[in-house]
Design a binder for this molecule. Structure first.
Ligand SMILES: Cc1ncc(C[n+]2csc(CCOP(=O)(O)OP(=O)(O)O)c2C)c(N)n1
Length: 642
């Protein structure tokens, strides 16, 4: 749907045109940009509150800097809608996150203004520093490099690693800390408290605005003046801020806090900071959801609300008379609380995803046993390992793609020591509109090769519950349970819990012509395919593997002794995935069969609806039907192995 832009925005396609506006027009321009975001996101979906919060900052940055020569990196990138609209993509913004349309995150291949591809948090300072060092090396001393990072993203270890390094480089780096006290849920940790202390330090705040301008002017007058200015600044800050400033201790020059919704002041400040060389941090205070009252009030709900009526604020839910199956994440959340009632050793851990993973259910029910540790996947895993080393049973819930961050911790801290940590990998497989940065494509492959790990995937809600039950029984060792984004398939999912023997799959139905071996919830596409195939007289057997590791060898012996045509199906990368595991078994036991592996190919899968992307990758129900027909007719395809 096309939306009419306001009178100023209508004529602005690129930052060069924005810079033709007078400073006095910027406030009106910001309102138009904000309205445009509201108009489009309300009918299209996507991230919402974060972009509203940085409208003024985005405009000020593009106004004061010479983008794209000057480079801005938005951390995570979920807040970059204003930036996209201002940088040549306004007329395409209605395609945001739709298959074939704009990506929901900055992406180098999409625009020269997207200086760096993002999606996972806390990368911006490292990347901006790399660019700044490269510019210095190339003699581009006039070039600006800006990392815009939220207080949530600042809780990630990489951000601290980058600050630590940047403090000893002389490069031209500006870190803008967008402090809104929120992650997706309220931000957590001691750093958040520290930032609040600075923001509320009255004596320092009275002084700070003049300080930036004076310093910028003095710095322009050469190295002597610069040194003098620096000394003056340090003594003033030291006197007025009770504690030593953390960023200053890391050799950053700290400026702020400034009101992130005062576009005039922001523009002026950024212009001034261009004249101050070396690593600098500007602390900007914003309100997440700014300008849309409901979003300001309930910032978590409006982080990514889905479609909504922009006038009434009513969030549109698909209405159905019939009861619907729950989301897998909610089955996880409720089952975890149920399990804690009979097992006092269970603890819950989430790295900054209480709402997204439904760990918030346990956090509410038993706050002393559930932890939001910030956007800190590595820490979440090793913290869990510490708990497990003391006999507790941590359920560490991490989205599959974010778990990529903590791979060494899984191996070094958990698997090598055989600790009983239960990893619940939410959003495993194709996730949909968030796209390639968020698809949980690789976990089967990267977990399967680690000794001591059990790697499982439930086909439905009951299986998820039973795997969770099994994982917390004594001495199970490290245990992975991967499940997808979205809803399950069972309305009556709250069934009694039962143990699943480790490494035991299920035969769902016998067949004649071929066997389909599925892993996880994508097996429900196989069920649909089999119904369609039956109508055409083809009768595949269906096995639910349940475990990628250990494999159910007796089940596989049965399969290869009975069927000469086999399809493996997984919502994960083909390379190294379950299909590969089945092939390894086949070769090791010298079976011969035609095997067709369905899963994510060795390509970057872009964004789109989950079902669209399954189809694109060739493993939705219809594709399984076609693959089965090809296979049973004995026609070999490229991916056939015989
Ligand atoms: C490594 C990683 N873990 C988790 C996430 C999910 N995530 C996306 S945005 C976000 C909150 C970011 O908070 P902040 O940086 O303060 O930005 P805000 O939304 O408040 O503007 C989280 C946890 C992610 N993108 N990357």
């Amino acid at each position: 749907m096309q939306v009419e832009a306001g009178p100023l925005l209508k004529n602005i396609h690129y930052p060069s045109e924005l810079r033709q506006l007078s400073p006095s027009q910027l406030e009106d321009f910001c309102q138009e940009l904000r309205q445009f975001i509201i108009d489009i996101v309300s009918v299209n979906g996507g991230h919402f509150a974060a972009s509203l919060g940085v409208v003024e900052l985005t405009v000020a940055l593009h106004y004061a800097l010479n983008t794209p020569y000057d480079q801005i990196i938005f951390d995570v990138g979920h807040q970059a809608y204003g930036h996209k609209i201002l940088t040549g993509r306004r007329d395409l913004f209605h395609t945001n996150r739709i298959m074939g349309g704009l990506s929901g995150f900055p992406k180098r291949s999409e625009s020269e203004y997207d200086a760096f591809g993002v999606g996972h948090s806390s990368t911006s300072i490292s990347a901006a520093l790399g660019m700044a060092v490269a510019s210095e090396y190339k003699g581009e001393s006039d070039r600006q490099h800006v990392a815009v990072i939220g207080d949530g993203a600042l809780t990630g270890g990489m951000a601290f690693e980058a600050l630590n390094h940047a403090g000893i480089e002389k490069s031209n780096l500006l870190v803008i800390l967008n402090d809104n006290c929120m992650s997706i849920d309220p931000n957590v940790g001691a750093m958040k408290e520290y930032l609040t202390n600075i923001t509320t330090s009255k004596s320092y705040n009275r002084f700070r605005d003049d300080l930036i301008a004076v310093l910028a002017k003095i710095s322009k007058n050469g190295p002597d003046a610069y040194g003098w200015a620096k000394k003056l600044e340090q003594s003033i800050k030291g006197t007025l801020l009770k504690n030593a400033n953390l960023f200053e201790s890391l050799n950053f020059r700290y400026f702020g806090p400034v009101d992130g919704h005062d576009v005039a002041k922001l523009t002026k400040t950024i212009e001034d900071l261009k004249n101050i060389s070396g690593p600098k941090l500007l602390h900007v205070v914003t309100v997440k959801g700014k300008g849309y009252a409901l979003a300001e009030k309930d910032q978590t709900k409006w982080h990514a609300p889905g479609l909504f009526d922009k006038i009434t604020g009513e969030i549109k839910k698909s209405t159905s008379q019939k009861p619907q199956p729950p989301k897998y994440q909610d089955v996880f959340g409720h089952t975890l609380v149920e399990l804690t009632q009979s097992n006092e050793k269970i603890m819950g851990i989430t790295p900054a995803m209480p709402s997204g993973s439904s760990m918030n259910i346990m956090m509410k029910a038993m706050p002393n046993r559930a932890f939001d540790v910030g956007i800190a996947e590595q820490h979440a895993v090793t913290f869990s390992a510490g708990l497990a080393s003391q006999g507790l049973v941590p359920f560490c819930n991490i989205y599959s793609s974010f778990m990529q961050r903590a791979y060494d911790q899984v191996i070094h801290d958990v698997a090598l020591q055989g600790l009983n940590v239960v990893f619940c990998l939410d959003r495993a497989g194709i996730v949909g509109a968030d796209g390639p940065t968020h698809h949980g494509a690789y976990d089967i492959a990267y977990m399967r090769c680690v000794p001591n790990l059990t790697v499982s995937a439930p086909m439905n809600e009951e299986e998820l519950r039973n795997l969770m039950y099994t994982a917390q029984l004594p001495d199970q060792g490290p245990f992975v349970i991967r499940y997808p984004r979205g809803n399950g398939v069972m309305v009556d999912w709250q069934r009694p819990l039962a143990e699943i023997p480790i490494g035991r799959g299920r035969k769902l139905q016998d067949g004649e012509d071929l066997a389909i071996l599925s892993f996880g919830a994508i097996g429900n596409e196989a069920t649909k395919a089999i119904q369609l195939l039956n109508q055409e007289g083809i009768h595949p057997a269906h096995y639910d593997l349940r475990f990628a590791k250990p494999l159910d060898e007796s089940l596989l012996h049965e399969v290869f002794q009975t069927y000469k045509n086999v399809i493996t199906l997984e919502d994960g990368s083909l390379m190294g995935g379950v299909g590969s595991a089945v092939l390894e078994f086949m070769v090791d036991h010298q079976y011969f069969a035609q095997v067709l592996r369905l899963g994510i190919p060795d390509e970057i899968v872009e964004h789109g609806e989950q079902a669209e992307l399954w189809k694109l990758c060739g493993y939705d129900a219809q594709s399984i039907v076609e693959a089965s027909k090809k296979l049973t007719k004995g026609i070999k395809t490229d991916s056939l192995v015989s």
